[in-house]
Design a protein around this ligand. Structure first.
Ligand code: PLP
Length: 389
């Protein structure tokens, strides 16, 4: 169904956000019908959403959870990390990629990124591995898949798992294989600015039955209901047991219905994002003073962000200039270890020079499916005007 009205998409004059959801009348109907039904929380819409999502991950099973952050926390729990373990992680990410590992008691070892894509460097990840490494956590920055095969090899050679934080890249693929079908554990976010939304929401995807079972358990308090796995199976039909602590990270039916409805438009969203990305590239590639985002051979990104690189220390001035024009640019991200919580643990600036250089130049231009070409041109004019080109 087409967008119902301009009002549901926000005005194009006035302030342009950098990201925005695209909610159709059909999405609204899907949510309303769940509200009218018998189940609000864990009913049939959860299993349906998980199955629908698996159609975009090459059939790899999904576990729906309440956010991308919850997905990471659950994925690390499934991997069994704890005190004394190390997680090698990209710093060019939202803090949750690292914070959720730290919350399990693991030590986060930040490894530097490639200078052009901002994705975890294979060599840096390999150099950061120790005998205590349990997980290598890569991020598909901006929606461009990381070097997943090489990173999986680095992880597996060390008896560790590859976790792919694919909060930006659901619907993308790498060397012909969909995101979700490559890493041992893949996590998604369905926050409104991401490639599809359930308001708050996320998912863990894994091809391993054991990792899926552990993820399902952690999502639901660690409850064991399967009699064959219980320590005291003869207690009674009501009986359930907790063998390992978990949390309540269950994504409710109401939001799963929204997710299933949104998934029907993921391909359309991806195409529109690619068009906007290409329009920016064409207009900005020749502008002196900026670099447009690269794309690796074999990468089929879902462009969640348009990360422009602003040279010569002018990023902040361009940010202020565009904000002054009502254009909602963003910066993604400060290196995760710059957060005072990591600084207080002894992490120091200078640790990952490529990530720091990337951060100093990065400026995310508005990018979301309902952005009109005229909105994109307004952003382009704003950038070109700044550089006088
Ligand atoms: C958005 C995001 C998250 C967290 O997802 P939420 O759904 O907001 O909790 C984690 N990692 C990355 C890279 C993200 O962009």
């Amino acid at each position: 169904m087409p967008e119902s009205s301009a009002a549901s998409e926000g005005p194009s004059a006035g302030f342009l956000p950098y990201g925005r959801q695209s909610v159709s009348e059909e999405d609204i109907e899907a949510v309303v019908s769940v509200l009218r039904g018998d189940w609000l929380t864990t009913g049939p819409a959860v299993a349906k959403f998980e199955a629908d999502l698996a159609e975009h991950t090459g059939g790899t099973p999904a576990v729906a959870v309440t956010s991308g952050t919850a997905a990471l926390h659950v994925a690390y729990a499934a991997a069994g990390i704890g005190e004394g373990d190390e997680v090698v992680a990209s710093p060019m990410t939202f803090v949750a990629t690292a914070a959720t590992a730290a919350l399990h008691g693991a030590k986060v070892v930040f490894a530097d990124v490639e200078p052009d894509t901002g994705n975890l460097s294979v060599d840096a990840a390999a150099a950061a591995i120790t005998s205590r490494t349990k997980v290598v956590a890569a991020v598909d920055y901006a929606g461009h898949p990381a070097e997943l095969d090489a990173l999986a090899k680095v992880a597996h050679d060390a008896d560790a798992l590859l976790l792919e934080d694919a909060a930006h890249s659901v619907g993308g693929s790498w060397q012909g294989r969909p995101v979700g079908s490559i890493a041992d554990l893949t996590t998604f976010s369905f926050f409104p600015t991401k490639n599809l939304t359930t308001a708050e929401g996320g998912a863990v995807v894994s091809g391993s039955d054991e990792l899926v079972r552990r993820a399902q358990a952690f999502r639901n308090h660690g409850l064991v209901r399967d009699k064959s796995r219980q320590r005291y199976p003869d207690e009674g039909a009501w009986h359930q047991e907790v063998h390992e602590f978990g949390l309540n990270y269950r994504l409710p039916d109401v939001l799963c219905a929204l997710g299933s409805s949104q998934l029907k438009r993921l391909t359309e969203f991806k195409l529109r994002r690619a068009e906007i990305h290409a329009r920016y590239n064409a207009a900005l590639a020749e502008v002196e003073g900026v670099l447009t985002p690269p794309r690796r051979e074999g990468a089929d990104p879902v462009w969640h962000l348009y990360p422009l690189r602003v040279l010569d220390g002018r990023r902040r001035a361009l940010f202020d200039h565009l904000r002054g024009l009502g254009i909602g640019v963003q910066v993604n991200y400060i290196p995760a270890y710059w957060h005072p919580v990591f600084e207080d643990l002894g992490y120091r600036r200078g640790l990952c020079p490529n990530a720091e250089a990337y951060y100093e130049q990065e400026l995310s231009l508005p990018l979301f499916p309902s952005l009109k070409d005229s909105d994109v041109d307004r952003v382009i004019d704003g950038v070109r005007g700044f550089f006088g080109s």
